[in-house]
Design a protein around this ligand. Sequence first.
Ligand SMILES: C[S@@+](CC[C@H](N)C(=O)[O-])C[C@H]1O[C@@H](n2cnc3c(N)ncnc32)[C@H](O)[C@@H]1O
Length: 260
Amino acid sequence: MHEYGKSNWESLWEKLEQAGNVGIDYVINPSLYPQILNFLAQHPNSIVVDFGCGTNLMGIQLLFGYKASIPALQNNPNVDHARFNTLLYIGVEGSQELIDQSNRYFHDIGEPKNIASVQTHIDKNFSLFDNQSVDLCVSRNFLMHLSLEDFLAHMADVSKILKPGSFYIFTTLNPNYELKKAGREMVNGERYEFQHGKSGEYGIFYHYYKTREFFKETIGKYFEIEKIEDCTPISDKYTETHARYYDSEPMAQTYVLKVK
Ligand SMILES: C[S@@+](CC[C@H](N)C(=O)[O-])C[C@H]1O[C@@H](n2cnc3c(N)ncnc32)[C@H](O)[C@@H]1O
């Protein structure tokens, strides 16, 4: 058994999803979704893999979400074309509880045939997809969960399963934001507790801190970095309630990587 969080955090994660999540909806998705939609709008019959997909809510929103109620989908001209082009969206997730919840979501939206969630732990032994079988890999707030060794293996695996010239598009926390949140210096590879919410009210996760240098050096072995974009809030509505997202040190960054 693998440990994904501490004390009942899966149900807290579900609550967070249902309550709406300012960081995800107004800071991260507005940077991440346009990159994914842009790729999909240009690539018919795409097979997409989402690593550490949780309840697969990102896939559900991208493919079936009601555009008017999702800030990052409003006004994006690529949504319909990207949806049409997505042959299959597969989420991979370690927690069976979150997979069960994703299956309940699928039930609620009428069991669509082009999205699925698979329960598997991702580490250095992970091998689920054939070489050059995937058009696009994505992840959101997942890579911080991997140890240095597993992160290296993950990047190598993604570079193998992607078709030539394809992309890995993801958002991950800014290491400097992680340092601030931890409130202390950390060394590369250090495992630490990361609190969701101001004081952990949305659960506590384990992350492995990775320096920016290690991160870039590792991805550079397998990918060309096409773009790194800071995730900054698209609305001023939350300056008081969520001041941390308006800090000069952005919470997260979106990477667009092209396989070498
Ligand atoms: C912060 S959550 C993000 C979930 C989802 N990507 C989203 O943005 O809604 C990170 C997810 O990664 C999963 N996870 C962490 N380590 C994993 C591993 N080694 N293998 C598979 N899933 C993992 C966790 O269970 C959790 O669902």
